[in-house]
Design a protein. Structure first.
Length: 346
C-alpha cells in the first residue's frame, strides 16, 4: 500500500501510517528543520523540501513515479484558512490562494483510491461551517465519497486531550469494494504517569522568574484560580474580570490525568502546561512522549523549532489507529461497529 503525505512536518502522521502498513513514496514539507528530522529518521524516504505551491503546476505522476489512479492514499493536514467567495460559489476556484487548494490539486492529478485530510477541530465551525462544507463540495466534485469525524487522541493510546477532525474519502468507483469505518475508541486511556517514566535527557524551555514564582503556588491539576486572590489579580490583569473558565492559564498538569493539547511553545502565555512536580515546561523528549513519538525518533533544529515540530504533529498512535482502519478498508476488510457507534454516524 503506497501513500504520499503533504505538509508532513516532523512525521507524526507518516510514522503512524508506516506502523499501520503503508509505504510512503513521497513527503512534501517546506520547513527546513522538519525535513532534516524526516531524513534523519528515514533516510530512504523521498522528502521534497519545497513549497507545495511550486509543485502543483508540474506533472505529479512524473515527480512521484506513479500513474494516476494507482496511489492508495493521499494524506496530510493543511492549515485552516478562510476562502474568498466572489458571488456565486464556484467550488475549487473559491479556494484558490489557500493551501487546501493545492491539496485538492494533488487529489485531482493523482486520483488516489482514498485520502485523509486532518485539521483542527475549529474547522467544523469555521465561518459558520461554510469552510468545511466548501471542502466537502470540492471533494465531492472530484469524485469522492467521504465521512468526517472529530477524534480525541486520548481515545487512541495518547496521553493527551487533543481533538482533530479527520476527513476520509473513497474514490466513487471503489465505494462498492471499500468500506471505511473510524477506529473504535480504546478502553485503556493513558495518563501522564503511564508515559513519563525514564524519559531520556533533553533540552527544555524555562519560565521567566516572575511566572515561575506564580506557578510554584499552583497545585498539581490546578490553574490560576487556585492562586491567592491578590496574586491571581496581578497575574491575570484585565482577564481576571472576564469570567469563563480559562483553566489553561497557569495550568499545572497532574500525573493522573492526560495532558491538555500541546501547543507549539510550552512556555507561552495562556497555554502553560507545567510539569506536575517541577515548576518548568516539559522537555522536548517529554513533549515527544506525550505526542506518542518513540524515543528513537530524533528531532533536528533549535529547541524552539523542535517544540514547534512536535506540537504541530499528529500523535503517532492516533495516526496509526486511523491508518489501520484505512489499510483494512483498502484490503476489503470491514470492521464492524457496535450499534451505539453506528448511531454516531446517523
Amino acid at each position: 500500500m503506497k501513500s504520499i503525505e503533504l505538509f508532513a512536518g516532523a512525521g507524526g502522521l507518516a510514522l503512524g501510517l508506516e506502523q499501520a502498513g503503508f509505504e510512503t513514496i513521497g513527503l512534501v514539507e517546506i520547513d527546513k528543520s522538519a525535513c532534516a528530522t524526516l531524513r534523519q529518521n528515514r533516510p530512504e524516504w523521498n522528502v521534497l523540501e519545497t513549497d507545495i505551491t511550486k509543485l502543483t503546476d508540474q506533472n505529479l505522476e512524473d515527480i512521484f513515479n506513479i500513474k494516476k489512479g494507482e496511489l492508495d492514499l493521499l494524506s496530510g493536514g493543511y492549515p485552516c484558512q478562510a476562502f474568498s467567495y466572489a458571488g456565486v460559489k464556484k467550488g475549487l476556484e473559491d479556494t484558490r490562494g489557500t493551501l487546501f487548494y493545492h491539496y485538492a490539486i494533488f487529489l485531482e492529478q493523482l486520483k488516489p483510491k482514498m485520502f485523509l485530510a486532518e485539521n483542527v477541530r475549529g474547522l467544523v465551525s469555521h465561518n459558520n461551517g461554510t469552510t468545511l462544507q466548501t471542502m466537502i463540495d470540492v471533494f465531492t466534485n472530484m469524485g469522492y465519497t467521504m465521512k468526517w469525524k472529530v477524534l480525541n487522541a486520548w481515545d487512541y493510546g495518547v496521553a493527551q486531550k487533543r481533538e482533530r477532525i479527520f476527513i476520509i474519502g473513497v474514490r466513487n468507483d471503489l465505494t462498492d469494494s471499500i468500506t471505511f469505518n473510524y477506529p473504535n475508541a480504546h478502553q485503556y486511556k493513558p495518563v501522564l504517569r503511564d508515559i513519563l517514566e525514564d524519559v531520556p535527557e533533553s533540552a527544555g524551555s524555562k519560565y521567566p522568574e516572575k511566572k515561575k514564582s506564580v506557578l510554584d503556588l499552583v497545585p498539581a491539576g490546578g490553574c490560576w484560580r487556585d492562586l491567592p486572590d491578590d496574586i491571581a489579580r496581578d497575574f491575570m490583569k484585565g482577564s481576571y474580570f472576564l469570567g469563563g473558565g480559562r483553566t489553561g492559564i497557569a495550568r499545572r498538569l497532574s500525573w493522573d490525568e492526560p495532558s491538555l493539547t500541546l501547543t507549539c511553545s510550552p512556555a507561552q502565555g495562556q497555554t502553560e502546561r507545567c510539569h506536575p512536580d517541577e515548576t518548568r515546561p516539559f522537555t522536548t523528549r517529554e513533549y515527544a512522549r506525550i505526542q506518542s513519538f518513540p524515543d528513537t525518533w530524533e528531532f533536528c533544529g533549535t529547541t524552539s523549532n523542535i517544540y514547534k515540530q512536535i506540537g504541530n504533529a499528529v500523535p503517532v498512535n492516533l495516526g496509526k489507529c486511523v491508518g489501520e482502519s484505512i489499510y483494512n478498508a483498502l484490503q476489503g476488510k470491514v470492521i464492524e461497529l457496535t450499534e451505539k457507534e453506528q448511531l454516531l454516524f446517523v
